[in-house]
Structure formats: structure tokens, C-alpha cells
Design a protein around this ligand. Structure first.
Ligand code: SF4
Length: 82
């Protein structure tokens, strides 16, 4: 899943690096590095990191459905090809 950190907002609090260390890492005092294509299995950690960021600097695609129960959908992929 794709994510973006607004580094202008990021204050280097490192909440994200603490909660999702495979996705975020802090190099030095304030420079955050992250994986912009976080693997699916990091979804839950990523959601926690997004929620924990004090300045809401993390934007991630496809986290909305995390609020629902996992696996509650039909799991079918509609292909909408033309
Ligand atoms: S939690 Fe937010 S402010 Fe802190 S390092 Fe991560 S993105 Fe930056």
C-alpha cells in the first residue's frame, strides 16, 4: 500500500518508527526515512502509526477499511476492464 509522509509537517517525534519500525526509521535527529510502498502485512502497524502521529503527517492509501472486520468482504475482485 502506498504512503506519503508530509515531511514539512513531520516533527521527528518518531512515534511512527516506534510503532511500525519496518516502514519508518529515523536517521539522526529529525530525518525520517520510510518505505513508500509498505507491504500489506504492515497494514495494521501502519494504521497505528498513522493514528499516533501527533501532527497527522502520514497519509496512507487504503487504510479506511481497517476499521471494518478483516475478511468480512466477499474477497472478490471485480475486473473492470474495457
Ligand atoms: S510520528 Fe509523525 S511527526 Fe513523528 S516521525 Fe513519524 S511522521 Fe514524523
Amino acid at each position: 500500500m502506498r504512503l506519503v509522509v508530509d515531511l514539512n509537517k513531520c516533527q521527528g517525534y518518531a512515534q511512527c518508527a516506534f510503532l511500525a519500525p519496518d516502514v519508518f526509521a529515523l536517521h539522526g535527529e529529525e530525518s525520517l526515512v520510510y518505505n513508500p510502498n509498505a507491504p500489506e502485512e504492515q497494514r495494521e502497524r501502519l494504521a497505528r502509526a498513522v493514528a499516533a502521529c501527533p501532527v497527522q503527517a502520514i497519509l496512507a492509501d487504503g487504510l479506511d477499511d481497517l476499521a471494518g472486520e478483516p475478511g468480512s468482504g466477499s474477497g472478490r475482485e471485480a475486473s473492470d476492464g474495457r
